[in-house]
Design a protein around this ligand. Sequence first.
Ligand code: ACO
Length: 323
Amino acid sequence: MTRYSQILGTGSYVPKRTLTNAELETMVDTTDAWILSRTGIASRQIVVDENTSDLAYQAAEKAIADAGIEKSAIDLFIVATVTPDMPFPGVSQLLQRRLGLNTITAFDLNAACSGFLYALNVADKMIQSGAYRLALIVGAETLTKITDYSDRNTCVLFGDAAGAMVIGPSDTPMIKDVVTYAKGDLEGHLTMDGYPLKQHFKTPDQDRPFLRMQGSEVFKFATTALPKTIRTLLKRNRLELDDLALIVAHQANRRIIDKAARTLDYPMEKMYLNIDRYGNTSAASVPLAIDEAIKEGALKKGDTFITVAFGAGLTWGGALITL
Ligand code: ACO
């Protein structure tokens, strides 16, 4: 029998501290009106003393409780993040003992804002292969750690969060299709400073590494990639837009989501939005939005939906899922 996979439970967590547009007005030359009209973001939740593993832990515990499974049954743990607590050990290994997981396959994955879709693709295929049964996948980020709060082009966009999912085997195709892509020749549009090569006999540069972005280039890329990926998933599975209960796109900019809906001729009411409250939370954005859509009743058991994301790399991807 062909094996498929399905979502068994979801959970999410955002830190308590709210960063409003009004507060950003005191930090850089910007206005609430500019941020709201150009991005759709009103506020974001940011960490004070929690790190990525703390956010991931809270979201993972909620997803495990929602799935109603024994933790000891989890045999695969993937954390998608570009802002781990430290380069190594990974967030997945840092959390293994705290979550009470067995000695299992646990690793971090970096595909920036598309990271959760990459993790979903890997978990889906590893379960389909029969080698693994129960996967915990998490998207968790503290992007505020690498945000330059003197750069108005980027500092208004990002927030911190985590979202998690438990994925298990299914006799019927519930996670119907997952696609992931990358185009490394566009890498320069969105980067984070790396480690400088060691300069012998010089004092190390103490500057913090920051995220740098050519916003309009990423915008152009995203508004093409999102509708194209949605059409690809529908065509591959012989479905129409009308078959979808909702589209859950990466929450990077409301105008990107508006433009994708217009290109597809799809109603905005069926494009899930929570960007106003959280901003862009990178790899956490998709699982946070899916979890909230389920908890708010915008997605119900039996609904079919598409989720799509894009991010640094440049990377992008999508999934067609029935709950
Ligand atoms: N407040 C006021 N003015 C601003 C601000 C701000 N916060 N930011 C930029 N501006 C100014 C610019 O300086 C520019 O001024 P100028 O005309 O005098 O030069 C003007 O606004 C227009 O700038 P644009 O860059 O053309 O503004 P745009 O409407 O494109 O919005 C934005 C910029 C919001 C960054 C948009 O391009 C965007 O959302 N891009 C996509 C970003 C994204 O999705 N990244 C995703 C991945 S993140 C990850 O993977 C980690």
